[in-house]
Design a protein around this ligand. Structure first.
Ligand code: SF4
Length: 419
């Protein structure tokens, strides 16, 4: 029996010729990631275990993004602890205010993840890097603490679901609509502890931004990871970013999948996940009677330059509806700078939006756009759980940047073509 793409990466990192689903393995890691919320806990575990050195200072990344710039004294103390640890061990990839971005947008942008690599992060959306053909997944802070010392961790090898993509996306439809549609089909536990392996002729038409968004939300279907094959789009993305050798793994022809899901990209339309689960997917066109109070465009899911471009295209020459607040958060400083160069920041400001420094901010209810009871937000983030962005009686509608921007202008959920 052959191996899936994920299993091949895990086997190589475990030093084994072959692995099978359900097998427990010890694997070497190419990168260990933490943020300002999870790293302090990992540091405490690292120190409590008596470790006094890290396995490789060039293979640890710490990104201060969740409550940074610090929203309160506790957040400041957490970042201070991370900063001191990073300085003590001379961590190469420590990103603080002025350099940081939302971690899962920043790491690919900086070339810190390459195809065929194995990455863990103390953050559930670490699965984002599957877009590059890497195995990456979220872990707890204790595992991060141990991995910072040993450079290894254990995995139970996942089985896999094959997602066969055909066709090409229609105008205004993006990777966000693909993954919301898929989660709508299989549910938030539809891929529990499995790999979602995307394949088929439709993959080639998806941009790297589309793939990063899709892999980012694999965990919202319960998946261990979501992974794409390495192709010309991948090679073009890593060129100039990654200067170390990397491996393009392919699933064996006889790899075993628990099921195959077929998705025709040309049949997908703009999709919105209503409260309070990402599986609650509805066509954007059906939301005209849902008045909204805020839009958020940003996050590790949709804060990249392509997302800003889509929002700017909608907002150019338009203004938000009277009772809608618009919050735009470029995910990294490079995205922020490019938005200024391209005139997007002027477009956003003219439309009545504010533009924030990179941060997770409202995505997890931290700051920079918390909702009051009864308020509704169309957000390009990845979770719409009860109270995620504020009051337990507020509502989050997950959508693409184009749909969020169009909804902000219309004052209700709106398909971009209907503006
Ligand atoms: Fe997590 Fe949201 Fe930050 Fe992404 S943007 S890392 S989902 S808090």
């Amino acid at each position: 029996m052959g191996m899936t793409m994920t299993q091949k990466i895990l086997a190589r990192h475990a030093g084994l010729d072959t692995v099978r689903a359900g097998q427990l393995i010890q694997a070497k890691l190419d990168l260990v990631l933490g943020n300002d919320i999870t790293t302090p806990v990992a540091i405490n575990e690292f120190e409590a275990a008596g470790f006094d050195k890290v396995f490789d200072k060039s293979r640890i990344a710490m990104v201060m993004d969740h409550f940074t710039p610090n929203k309160d004294i506790k957040a400041a103390a957490q970042c201070k602890q991370c900063r001191q640890f990073a300085r003590k061990f001379d961590i190469d990839h420590y990103y603080d205010v002025g350099e940081m971005g939302v971690e899962h947008a920043l790491l690919p942008e900086k070339g810190l993840v390459a195809p065929g690599e194995a990455v863990i992060g103390a953050d559930s959306h670490t699965c984002t890097y599957g877009a590059l053909g890497a195995f990456s997944t979220g872990v707890g802070s204790t595992d991060m603490g141990a991995a910072m010392a040993t450079g290894q961790t254990w995995f139970k090898v996942p089985s896999a679901i094959r997602v066969e993509l055909t066709g090409t996306l229609r105008p205004w439809v993006s990777g966000k609509d693909v993954i919301l549609s898929l989660i709508g089909m299989i549910g938030v536990d539809g891929a529990l502890y499995q790999s979602l392996e995307f394949t088929g002729p439709g993959v080639a038409s998806l941009t790297m931004a589309d793939r990063l968004t899709i892999s980012n939300m694999a965990v919202e279907a319960g998946a261990k990871n979501g992974i794409f094959p390495v192709d010309d789009v991948t090679r073009a993305y890593v060129a100039g970013r990654v200067d170390r050798p990397w491996v393009a793994d392919e699933a064996d022809p006889d790899a075993e999948y628990t099921r195959t899901i077929h998705m025709d990209l040309s049949q997908i339309d703009c999709t919105v996940a209503y409260p309070h689960l990402p599986e609650n997917a509805h066509p954007a066109r059906e939301g005209a009677d849902i008045a909204i109070h805020q839009i958020v465009i940003g996050s590790c899911t949709n804060g990249r330059l392509e997302d800003m471009a889509a929002a700017a295209e909608i907002l150019r020459g338009r203004h938000l509806a009277r009772d809608v607040r618009g919050i735009v958060i470029p995910a990294t400083m490079a995205v922020y700078r490019e938005c200024m160069k391209r005139g997007y920041t002027d477009i956003f400001l003219d439309a009545g939006c504010i533009i924030s420094t990179p941060t997770c901010g409202p995505c997890l209810g931290g700051y920079m756009g918390i909702l009051a009871a009864g308020e509704r937000c169309v957000s390009t983030t990845n979770r719409n759980f009860v109270g995620r962005m504020g009051h337990v009686d507020s509502e989050i509608y997950l959508a693409s940047p184009a749909v969020a921007a169009a909804s902000g202008v219309a004052g209700h959920i709106c398909h971009p073509s209907d503006l």
